[in-house]
Ligand binder design. Sequence first.
Ligand code: PEP
Ligand code: MN
Length: 344
Amino acid sequence: MLIVMNHKAGERQVEAVVRAVEKMGLRAVPIPGSERTAIGVLGNRGYVDDSTIRDLPGVQEVIHVSKPYKLVSRDFHPRPTVVKVCGIPVGEGKRPVVVAGPCAVESEEQILRTARAVKKSGADMLRGGAFKPRTGPHTFQGLREEGLKLLAMAREETGLPIVTEVMSPDTVGLVAGYADLLQVGARNMQNFELLKELGRIRKPVLLKRGMSATIEEFLAAAEYILAEGNHQVILCERGIRTFETATRNTLDLAVVPLIRELSHLPVMIDPSHATGKRSLVSPMAKASLVAGAHGVLVEVHPEPDKALSDGPQSLTLPGFEALMEELRRLSAFLGHGGAGENAP
Ligand code: PEP
Ligand code: MN
């Protein structure tokens, strides 16, 4: 429920409404606006009888919000959220960020070589999976803590913040001890216990859209993290399952402007998992920026043919360098001040 105060309502009237809401056993969150204040009501399970609120002085309108997400919505929080990862801002009004690195951390040599190269090309952050959610149990499952240590080593050398996946609630503490941005993969978007645990930490979270998740389910998943107190969430579209098999997934690019209408959270695109095909990654990364994405997440491998996972969609090091050059030019054209400005 959203209570809209009239533009003449003063602080006292807002306070009286807040008290009335709390008396009903609910939480009230005042949302000051440039013209009027609104008050978000949280904690209700189902319809709330608004008869005691409607007629209070200063109340203009009571809107019943039936969406399963509130804290995530623009209605409750009109101003955009800018998430900071080690001081790097991600969100509206900021230049788009580029997160690059291999699907999985495979060895010290592989991650350090990639980290040095992507840093030189201007990436903002380094990605690499240490805990890998693989479709079958007989494939490479990741180096686990050893992989996290190698990522930390790469950060130490390059200064790039690290982004890595966490798969279970019991490893949140371990992963948060190393990662600067914790990724929830598509397969875990509705692992509610994991989301709740991530809501209790003080590090930013990159939440990927589930492969068959609707936008409403995606935003409701983010709501779990915010509802526990962690508001530092970046959403990431990574393609959805459709009838089409020519690409690994179908990139739903329209979610970028749509999410920006519905939510205040930043939104990124992962063109690598969205397409599954190296030649399509660059065009879709550029399209992401044109659509208004706040960043892209790109898989890069020094020897994609030898990669233990996702080689066919990984850019080579020179391929990534070329992409960054194109993104820089596109970004300047779009007036962002330049993706990849991090280039030394
Ligand atoms: C990944 O980023 O390597 C990954 C497994 O992505 P997704 O969860 O989107 O499939
Ligand atoms: Mn991958």
